[in-house]
Design a protein around this ligand. Sequence first.
Ligand code: NPG
Length: 367
Amino acid sequence: MKLTGVELRRISLPLVSPFRTSFGTETTRDALLVRVVSTEAEGWGECVAMSGPLYSSEYVDGAIDVLRRFFVPAVASVERLSAVGVGPALAKFHGHRMAKAALETAVLDAELRAEGRPLARELGAVHDRVPCGVSVGIMDSIGELLDAVGAYLDEGYLRIKLKIQPGWDVEPVAAVRERFGDVLLQVDANTAYSVSDARHLARLDPFDLLLIEQPLDEEDVLGHAELARLIKTPVCLDESITSARSAAAAISLGACSIINVKPGRVGGYLEARRIHDVCVAHGIPVWCGGMLETGLGRAANVALAALPGFTLPGDTSASSRYYQTDITTPFTLENGHLPVPTAPGVGVDPLPDQLAAVTTTTEWLPL
Ligand code: NPG
């Protein structure tokens, strides 16, 4: 494949309700879309970086800069580019995995579209629909939280994830358990605790949670191993897992018994599949995380979540959980599941009017 140009398109979509985590509150999804144009086809990738470096060190302006200055020129110089060649072409550049993932996904999408092959089949998917959970942000009151959880359960979500932080943990979990019985329930701390909080976190043990996600700092892998020995709730890692290698190390150290796979965090769908394979080999369940993706990123995440090792419901919610109007045909929940796209590539296209309405800037990089 020969690339003829790359478009960097920034979009801004209002969320249907503010999403509060231990690192901040999002009211609008400020995101970057990468479109590659080749002689045979075009392809799309969604960059999951946020406006500010709060979830990880990456942020949208940084992603645009590194793509424009380093990554796009590096792939432009590759003869006969294919998706598997993107990682090696960018390997000399440190970090910026979300930006790398967006470019690799766009190239992969173009390649698969040109060959008429769906992403799900390419990755090794074995299901035609995936079970869906929903991530529920921190709220001002328990009453507000119970209303939100109740509404999501009424819509059919099969698993609830509660965002927690010091001061908002045992009480909301207890309230949700009491009101909604044995619903599948897990919590996500986004690094808000330290290992000295182990005794406090053990107070979550009686609630039979599926997992606690990333309680400690992303670099504190040994701390997670220690915590895992002190609490009964299974420890799941998110931010700490940036590659198949770091997944293998965390598993070997006993730092986690479950892994959240987010393709953007790990540099793309090809590395995400390698993490899946490492986890399957170790008997570690995985599930697909979410970063408030539009329909474009969601389509690819749903394809990944259909691999055999994804045995827990993902943060792969319906479009309506995030946006009044998505930029693709909306994903809608059917009995708690989303359908795996079957069309070539990521399997969905941005709707031109919707896309134009939310675009804030576009930059065309001719090659
Ligand atoms: O459903 O897409 C979704 C959101 C799931 O909670 C969710 N994502 O830490 O996993 C996370 C969190 C997140 C959202 C992180 C946005 C960073 C940005």
